[in-house]
Design a protein around this ligand. Structure first.
Ligand code: PLP
Length: 342
């Protein structure tokens, strides 16, 4: 099976398993796991932040950051199709008691003008606007890189109004490789940043958040409240260290393969792809034939040995990753050709 459902399906490579097996560990609740400490220092440095904290998932990364930046009753501005609004099980309401203010973006991108217009007046009837969250790359939009220029403009608005900014950088590594702009250059506009190790980087588990030392100390407390103070977790952090050392630059291959798949499938009758959005490792494909259903097309591709996921009422998604080769892309293209001809 060629598994294009997500870049989270990767299993550790033999070399990564070796790094895991050989990891030096200690009790991380006592701050004594050298491998966790190394991972946190590495990520803090790459993101140009004072400190960082290992967390079990990207969802927890976002949740802890929002909790650190807000008080109950606050409002956070986000794009309407972002992960933290749609796919974290109502977490910001549950964990932080805040309400999201979703803004409709263009291919996932919201503007400084939209943000400014959504900021609440200083009025006792209104929630307090506290945070702007940005997702980069934007998953639902198809792996779109959020333009750095717009982030700078949003930061200016945030500064004028005393708002914090959070970056959901689950795929910030992809954004950095695709744009040639360093992770720290993106991160400098944000008060808190969350990055995933278990997406394109291919680690089995884990995300890291980064911020000031003071906020990360608070984040450690919040992580503890959520029950995620972990012990000899260097076992997992070792995979993250290995991934950061060996699996970042190769993301360019995933991007090249996603592009080739997208260009081939876009030519086929019945499939429509907004090629402008195919900037990284995600391909969102719209089904144009009214007689086709999403489950039907997913099943037909599976019969041809290719797994994709439903991605909305008329869409499916394919994602390239560490375990997808050029030959796999050839096979996937043939599978789409077969479905288009049926
Ligand atoms: C995957 C993802 C996350 C976090 O997901 P987990 O499954 O909790 O690790 C957060 N934001 C975006 C944009 C994602 O794609």
């Amino acid at each position: 099976m060629i598994d294009l459902r997500s870049d989270t399906v990767t299993k550790p490579t033999p070399e990564m398993r070796k790094a895991i097996a050989e990891a030096e560990v200690g009790d991380d609740v006592f701050g004594e796991d050298p491998t966790v400490n190394r991972l946190q220092e590495m990520v803090a440095e790459k993101l140009g932040k004072e400190a960082a904290l290992f967390v079990p998932s990207g969802t927890m990364g976002n949740q802890v950051c929002i909790k650190v930046l807000t008080q109950p009753g606050d409002e956070i501005i986000c794009e309407a199709n972002t992960h933290c609004y749609n796919f974290e099980a109502g977490g910001v309401a549950f964990n932080s008691g805040v309400q999201p203010r979703p803004l409709e973006g263009n291919r996932g991108v919201i503007t400084a003008e939209q943000v400014e217009a959504a900021i609440r007046p200083d009025d006792e009837h209104c929630p307090r606007t506290r945070v702007v969250t940005i997702e980069n790359t934007h998953n639902q939009a198809g792996g779109v890189v959020f333009p750095l220029e717009e982030i700078k403009r949003i930061r200016q608005v945030a500064d004028r109004h005393g708002l914090a900014m959070h970056l959901d950088g689950a795929r910030l590594w992809n954004a950095a490789v695709a744009s040639g702009i360093e992770p720290a250059t993106w991160a400098q506009y944000f008060d808190t940043v969350s990055v995933c190790l278990s997406k394109g980087l291919g680690a089995p588990v884990g995300s890291v958040i980064a911020s000031t030392a003071e906020r990360i100390a608070e984040a450690r407390r919040v992580r503890k409240v959520l029950g995620a103070g972990m012990r000899q977790v260097g076992i997992l952090a070792a995979a993250g260290v290995y991934a950061l050392e060996h699996h970042v630059d190769r993301l360019a291959e995933d991007h090249r393969r996603a592009r080739r798949l997208a260009e081939a499938v876009a030519e086929l009758p019945g499939f429509d792809i907004d090629l402008d959005t195919v900037q990284t490792n995600i391909v969102v494909i719209r089904l144009e034939r009214p007689e086709w259903s999403v489950p039907g097309v997913v099943a037909a591709l599976k019969e041809q040995g290719v797994l994709v996921v439903p991605f909305g009422p008329r869409k499916i998604r394919a994602v390239t990753h560490l375990w997808i080769s050029d030959a796999d892309i050839d096979t996937a293209i043939r599978a789409f050709q077969h479905v288009a001809a049926s």
